[in-house]
Design a protein around this ligand. Structure first.
Ligand code: SF4
Length: 287
């Protein structure tokens, strides 16, 4: 897919309440004006993940999500009343040479939307980072703030929707509006990326269309399941990509026992092997 062309378009009906005037990522404009603050517009020209992450952080393309993330940041949860919330889109976390990607759903209102880093400061992150540390994909099991010293090892964590949505439910239009960010992220990771762990059915369904620039997604599309493993051949002449399905690490799934840390570790270990990362904890390049 031509990321630059897609990123430059304007889409009607972007998000619930996000119809007229909603601009897509990179569509240009000023802060508060409904577009990306840097006025870029051509995501295909973004040279690397640091620049992409910077642009993501300023995106205002979905009016409903912009209003929600900022309202949450203003009102705050009582326990975090003395903290400055991030209140912006949360970019991916991890190095540009990642061989393994973990794809979730969207930032949590009082987790990533508060701390500014994926799965940081919430119950989901406690499970995910504990598992990643256990299998050697993170240097520590805790994730509490952007300056807590956490580093990913050969991995990057991202999401198809980069703003916290009400009730953790982005609309299909918001998902589609955010897709160019994910597509460009995948293109920049393409030289090294070999495996993906997808957390939950929403992430699975959202990721598949974003993969088609580099890999072939069969029809009918493979279905999400915990433990699913699907190898996608390359469509660009490069190496294949292996998808792994894992239940989302949400509090609901872990508190009900549907998902345990051991189950997450098992999926991550299989994906790590497919990614060609070393079996020893700490192997892989720092993220
Ligand atoms: S969800 Fe994505 S496209 Fe929508 S405002 Fe946030 S970063 Fe921009």
């Amino acid at each position: 897919m031509d990321n630059g062309r897609v990123a430059g378009r304007r889409v009607a009906g972007a998000g619930a309440g996000g119809g007229a005037g909603a601009s897509v990522p990179g569509g240009g404009g000023e802060p508060g004006g409904g577009g990306a603050p840097d006025g870029g517009g051509d995501l295909a020209a973004v040279p690397g993940l640091p620049e992409l992450d910077r642009r993501v952080s300023g995106c205002r393309a979905c009016p409903r999500l912009v209003a929600w993330r900022e309202e949450v940041a203003r009102v705050k949860r009582a326990a975090f009343r003395d903290q400055d919330y991030w209140g912006r889109p949360v970019p991916g976390f991890g190095g540009g040479d990642a061989r393994l990607a973990v794809v979730g759903l969207a930032p949590a209102a009082h987790g990533g939307n508060r701390t500014g880093r994926m799965f940081t400061g919430d119950a989901s992150g406690e499970v995910l980072y504990a598992a990643m540390h256990a299998v050697g994909l993170a240097n520590q099991p805790e994730a509490v703030s952007r300056d807590d010293g956490l580093r990913l090892l050969g991995a990057r964590i991202t999401a198809p929707v980069k703003c916290a949505p009400p009730d953790n439910k982005p609309t299909p239009a918001e998902r589609d509006t955010c897709r160019p960010w994910l597509e460009r992220e995948l293109t920049l990771l393409r030289p090294t990326l070999r495996a993906v762990v997808v957390l939950g059915g929403f992430g699975w369904q959202s990721l598949l269309p974003a993969l088609t620039a580099h890999w072939t997604v069969p029809s009918p599309r493979p279905r999400f399941a915990h433990g699913a493993r699907v190898e996608l051949p390359a469509s660009d002449g490069g190496p294949p990509l292996v998808l792994h399905g894992c239940y989302h690490v949400s509090r609901r799934n872990t508190q009900t026992g549907l998902l345990t840390v051991a189950m997450v570790e098992e999926v991550l270990s299989r994906a790590k092997a497919d990614a060609g990362l070393g079996a020893e904890p700490g192997a892989g390049s720092p993220g």
